[in-house]
Write a protein that binds this ligand. Structure first.
Ligand SMILES: C[S@@+](CC[C@H](N)C(=O)[O-])C[C@H]1O[C@@H](n2cnc3c(N)ncnc32)[C@H](O)[C@@H]1O
Length: 195
């Protein structure tokens, strides 16, 4: 199975979007409510419909970029929030993206990628985040699928993987997950290792 643009766009067009919770994940929004500097640069890769981007933008974070391989969810975000800047909607491949961010948000993007890409994801994330910046968000802490996304895992799988490029500050069961995911996801906060 090719997890390419056409695969993801078909899922959006067919409404096969079981991952989409329909609103901003409270754990992610709570985290950013603790950040006073509204000028920080935030990237949400594999952001999909990205309700988080909309809420953060409406809370005054003006430098929020959403990146997705599929154009459809970016159009959906623009339709919901016409004020969201076009130049912050990036229709491209995460692995080819260049930039420098204070925060990158993870929310069901990691689990959507083929497992063999995980080390490349980790390295790419660490390259895109400024020194002292953070990767924050949620990772599933359950086995999930072997043959199609979502691909799951456990803290014991993620820790050695992320430690290759990150100093992990938090990787704990999230206390404010949505009810359907309560107990099954980890909140993560980590900074790239200094080189
Ligand atoms: C499971 S969905 C998650 C969407 C969103 N984060 C959410 O939680 O609703 C995975 C998303 O990643 C996007 N995606 C997959 N591979 C990608 C890549 N290499 N670069 C950018 N986006 C990608 C898909 O188009 C899809 O929107």
């Amino acid at each position: 199975m090719q997890l390419n643009e056409s695969y993801w766009t078909k899922r959006y067009l067919n409404g096969e979007t079981g991952w989409d919770i329909g609103y901003a994940a409270p754990a992610i929004i709570r985290y950013f409510e603790g950040i006073d500097d509204k000028d920080v640069h935030i990237l949400i890769p594999g952001g999909g419909n990205s309700y988080e981007a909309q809420v953060l933008f409406e809370k005054g974070f003006k430098n929020v970029e959403v990146l997705d391989l599929s154009k459809k969810p970016l159009e959906n975000l623009k339709a919901r929030c016409p004020e969201f800047p076009d130049e912050n909607l990036l229709h491209s491949d995460f692995f080819e993206h260049e930039g420098s961010y204070d925060y990158i948000v993870e929310q069901t993007f990691f689990c959507a990628l083929p497992i063999k890409l995980r080390p490349i994801y980790v390295r790419k994330m660490s390259q895109l985040i400024k020194e002292g910046g953070k990767l924050v968000g949620l990772l599933f802490n359950i086995p999930l699928n072997q043959d199609q996304p979502p691909f799951g895992g456990h803290k014991s799988d993620y820790e050695p993987l992320f430690q290759t490029c990150f100093d992990i500050q938090h990787m704990k069961i999230s206390s404010n997950s949505i009810p359907q995911r309560l107990g099954n996801e980890l909140f993560i906060e980590m900074s790239p290792l200094k080189v």
